[in-house]
Write a protein that binds this ligand. Structure first.
Ligand code: BGP
Length: 486
């Protein structure tokens, strides 16, 4: 008889990111963020958007043009869904479902508009005090991401961003203000969203523009080293200022299986896991660079420069929980010509046994149970599923309904596997469904790719009433929360 862990309380909640939801990009003293520079022409059709997203996600020209143009028409992240001004209404809807934990990111350029300011922007601090107090009023725990890709663009312009070790000093100042001023209102702290994104989406991960660097991999992993050091400093400062409040790590999980039982495919799966996922968590949860990464670095011509004390800092600043985003799975093979399909941040190899979403992401609920077991077994730290959800085209009917049975099916199957993983003995803190409310999607920058159980009547150009509507999945999730996912 399995020890009855299936009724261990798992916190069921939802997640958004400030850059994709807030809007108000010049309000409250906010500085310009790196994510405010990403461009979308709302007249583009789905093919044109996909082409841009997959083949040219960000460019030097886009960067220069965006810095000269402070309008919002072609910059969806500057609009979001207006959460900055609507958060009370949106949190009330989430509370109606009984949301137990709310994940969002804090906008560094609301707290320090230029990143190197001596003093924090009090309006920005107050916004987060008010936002997290509102969460508390609704009985929600708060899971705060410190950097969800966006940093003050001034740090890129003036200091070369993550390439410059000086950024660690500015990050320490930022983290210290967060802990001092918001420490009582936040339950879980996450320094970096999907820290492994950098290798697959350099502008998002480490603010490097594709094509700008001679050896992009060298620059990416040197920037990542600075982020690893920042993560360790956040743990150390957190121990002092917010003792008892865990600081964690997060990756985008690229679950994978050997495409066949050929030994070569099995080796490929192990190395795909090591190089795209475990490396990042090993550094932040074990406290040192794993030996296997040297082969990979050598193949890329990468040599990360350590300075005096870096090794000791990583060893001392290991995290207290591990979190990850999970959307899809793929397969690994060294065979040529294996069919490919899209996934979160990457193009993966297709598993013939799985269905895909409308964006080609392969739907694999069992892969979530596999992932939970793998990560718990590797680190033996409590886990948070920080993102999971289905991006889909939703239709608002004449009578203002959204019959998203496909999203209910996706979520139901994934929650079932989470419960099974809990019965496998995995210590799961929380599940924060991604895009609890429709927000601007991160890759395509569109509203068309909707994740929410709450519909927002806005289109890719930010046109619409902005009204919020409960989808059918809203009512399903309410019941799911009431029954602890049973
Ligand atoms: C992750 C990001 C989220 C979210 C998610 C879905 O990488 O952490 O910000 O956007 O991807 O991706 P998309 O919005 O491109 O469908």
């Amino acid at each position: 008889m399995i020890k009855n862990v299936s009724d261990k309380k798992i916190l069921f909640g939802g997640a958004i990111a400030c850059s994709q939801a807030d809007g108000g990009f010049r309000d409250g003293g906010k500085g310009i963020s790196t994510q405010d520079l990403r461009y979308l022409n709302p007249s583009w059709n789905a093919e044109e958007i996909e082409e841009k997203h997959q083949n040219n996600p960000f460019s030097r020209e886009e960067y220069e043009d965006a810095l000269k143009d402070m309008s919002t028409d072609f910059y969806p992240f500057r609009r979001g869904i207006g959460f900055y001004h609507h958060y009370k209404e949106d949190l009330a809807l989430m509370a109606e479902m009984g949301l137990e934990i709310f994940r969002t990111s804090i906008c560094w350029s609301r707290i320090f508009p230029n990143g190197d300011d001596e003093r924090p922007n009090e309006e920005g601090v107050q916004y987060y005090i008010d936002l997290f107090t509102e969460c508390r009023k609704h009985g929600m725990k708060v899971f705060a991401t410190m950097i969800h890709y966006d940093i003050p663009v001034n740090l890129v312009i003036k200091y070369n961003g993550w390439k410059n070790r000086e950024i660690i000093k500015f990050f320490e100042r930022y983290v210290t203000v967060l802990f001092e001023r918001l420490g009582d209102l936040v339950d879980y702290w996450l320094p970096f969203n999907e820290i492994n994104a950098a290798k697959f989406s350099p502008w998002d991960g480490v603010c490097l523009i594709p094509g700008d660097e001679e050896n992009m991999d060298q620059e990416i992993f040197q920037c990542l080293h600075h982020q690893f050091l920042c993560s360790a400093r956040a743990v150390q400062i957190g121990r002092r200022l917010v003792p008892g409040k865990p600081v964690g790590a997060m990756i985008a999980r690229f679950a994978t299986y050997p495409a066949t039982c050929r030994p070569e495919d099995n080796l490929q799966a192990i190395q795909d896991d090591q190089y795209s996922n475990w490396f990042y968590l090993d550094v932040m949860a074990r406290g040192y660079y794993p030996e296997y990464i040297q082969r990979y670095f050598h193949s890329l011509g990468v040599e990360v420069k350590f300075e005096e004390g870096d090794k000791e800092l990583l060893a001392d600043g290991t995290v207290q929980f591990v979190s990850f985003s999970y959307y899809f799975s793929q397969v690994s093979t060294n065979a040529e010509g294996w069919e490919k399909t899209a996934g979160n941040l990457i193009i993966g190899k297709k598993n013939p046994y799985l269905k895909t979403s409308e964006w080609g992401w392969q739907i694999d609920p069992i892969g979530l149970r596999v992932t939970l077991n793998q990560i718990y077994d590797r680190y033996h730290l409590p886990l948070i599923i920080a993102e999971n959800g289905l991006g889909a085209y939703d239709t608002l009917t004449e009578d203002n309904h959204i019959n998203d049975v496909y999203r209910i099916a996706y979520l139901k199957e994934h929650v079932k596997e989470i419960k099974k993983a809990a019965e496998d003995g995995v210590d799961i803190i929380a599940y924060t469904m991604w895009g609890i409310i429709d927000i601007v999607s991160c890759g395509p920058l569109t509203m068309d790719k909707r994740y929410g159980v709450i519909y927002v009547d806005l289109d890719n150009g930010g046109k619409g009433t902005g009204k919020r509507y409960r989808k059918d999945s809203f009512y399903w999730y309410k019941k799911c929360i009431e029954t602890n996912g049973n």
